[in-house]
Ligand binder design. Structure first.
Ligand SMILES: [Zn+2]
Length: 458
């Protein structure tokens, strides 16, 4: 069994902060203490650095078909980029297309990941059609470790489910212990606004944002929570972007409801102003929900600090400008929705959250690792530094500065939404189940070394 000793680091979990040593045997953490002296195959000196649980990104779209294109990172390039950024676990989305079983979708995505993923991975199941048979399949999947299901209130005719189907799926999770994740935007309203804008000749990228009002997100967020309340089950709102939607979550949580929500770095660092960049550059930021008014950022940071938002994920779904985003030149509705972010999450949130005084170090770890692990059935195997937990560890240098850009990052996409931005707080060494997979900026892991994570029900 290989052994690894990490010495003199500042160990940070969601609750603790202390100087100590971590001893790893095989793929697990075996001992934590001070002045540990056991011999190890490798010793890492973490003096002056943070020793964090590996990042957990519960919202990624690798190798995903969308609107005649496929997201630019597959499970190999995407998970290697994730590792460089300090993320050691992802939960990606498998898609049930109409007429298909959930198991067919699951098998399809398992094949995409097999032999390619360099870090551990799980799947949420996107349900686009709900029959009695699909409801039974939901139960089976929960038993097989696919314990969460994503439903859409947007994209009518493609992904959108009606309220009755959503309600039935919610009720079902009350019996099988699964969790419903919701894309909350009012797709009917948005569709009408998109058609109207195009008919009026408004075709530039910024109209993507102008046809997806914050109130459409707030309305759907409110409806999703109300449906979950009537079904008596928890709900998790994905990629919350609008202050108006956050108010709905806050109100529900103040009433004691198990309503959870995540936001993403793009909503914390970018804004509607980016759509006004010259030429077709606004297309870089076409994602759903869209970027919001700059003032929203403070509201979201406060939501994160005070636990109205419980997780920060990326919604990583990269499309190149060339040949992919370009499909929407002259018609914003044809721009593939999504942007890259799997690699930049930890540094951005550390820099803009902890260094800027908006989040404590413990809260940073909680939002990027512990809380997503708890919500999605991975804790305590993942999401903390404790004896018996998987040795997914990031040695993080809080003082090193890096300039973000396509030339310094590893995602397979021809632009970066944060191009030129400097961040302080960078990943040094990344360990996945006891193996060093990023060593001083070099990937030393192996494509295919990641395993499928069978997650626990609620
Ligand atoms: Zn998404």
């Amino acid at each position: 069994m290989s052994t690894l000793l990490i010495k003199n680091g500042t160990i940070v979990t969601a609750t603790d902060l202390y100087t100590g040593d971590v001893f790893v045997e095989g793929d697990r953490i075996s001992t934590i203490g001070t002045a540990l002296t056991m011999p190890a195959d490798r010793t890492i000196d973490a003096t002056g650095k943070y020793v964090l649980p590996g990042g957990i990104d519960v919202h990624t779209h690798l190798d995903m078909p969308f609107g005649g294109s496929t997201s630019a990172d597959d499970f190999e390039s995407g998970t290697i980029a994730a590792a460089h950024g300090g993320t050691t676990t992802i939960v990606d989305f498998a898609i049930q297309y109409k007429g298909q079983t959930l198991h067919h979708a699951w098998n399809t995505w398992m094949k995409k990941a097999e032999g390619k993923a360099a870090i551990d991975y799980g799947f949420h199941m996107i349900i686009t059609e709900l029959s009695n048979q699909v409801e039974q399949e939901m139960d089976a999947l929960v038993g097989q470790g696919v314990t969460s299901f994503k439903l859409f209130m947007a994209y009518p005719g493609v992904f959108m489910l009606d309220d009755a189907s959503i309600f039935r799926a919610l009720l079902r999770t009350g019996e099988n212990g699964g969790t419903i994740c919701m894309h909350a935007e009012n797709g009917g309203v948005i569709d009408v606004l998109v058609k109207k804008a195009l008919a009026e000749g408004r075709t530039a990228p910024k109209y993507h944002a102008l046809t997806r009002p914050a109130r459409a997100e707030a309305e759907a967020t409110h409806r999703a929570i109300a449906l979950a309340e009537m079904a008596g089950v928890p709900i998790y709102i994905v990629h919350l972007s609008a202050a108006e939607a956050l108010e709905m979550v806050t109100e529900a949580r103040d009433r004691g409801l198990p309503a959870y929500a995540e936001t993403c770095p793009q909503y914390l660092f970018l804004s509607y102003d980016n759509y006004e960049e010259p030429g077709f550059d606004g297309a870089k930021y076409v994602m759903s929900p869209p970027l919001r008014a700059r003032e929203t950022q403070d509201r979201l940071w406060r939501g994160l600090a005070f636990n109205d938002l419980q997780a920060i994920s990326t919604d990583h779904c990269p499309f190149c400008m060339k040949e992919q985003k370009e499909l929407g030149q002259g018609d914003f509705s044809k721009i593939p929705n999504g942007a890259p972010g799997i690699e930049t999450r930890m540094s951005l949130v550390y820099d803009g959250g902890v260094r800027a005084g908006r989040l404590s170090l413990n809260r940073f770890v909680e939002l990027t690792s512990t809380s997503p692990a708890k919500i999605f059935g991975l804790f305590p195997r993942k999401g903390t530094i404790a004896p018996g937990s998987d040795a997914d560890i990031v040695v993080f240098d809080p003082n090193r500065t890096m300039r973000l850009g396509v030339n310094t990052l590893h995602m397979k996409v021809d632009y970066n939404p944060y191009e030129g931005r400097e961040v302080t707080g960078v990943t040094d060494t990344v360990i996945s189940r006891g193996k060093v997979i990023v060593d001083g900026g070099t990937f030393t892991g192996r494509a295919g070394a990641g395993s499928f994570l069978k997650r626990s029900p609620r």
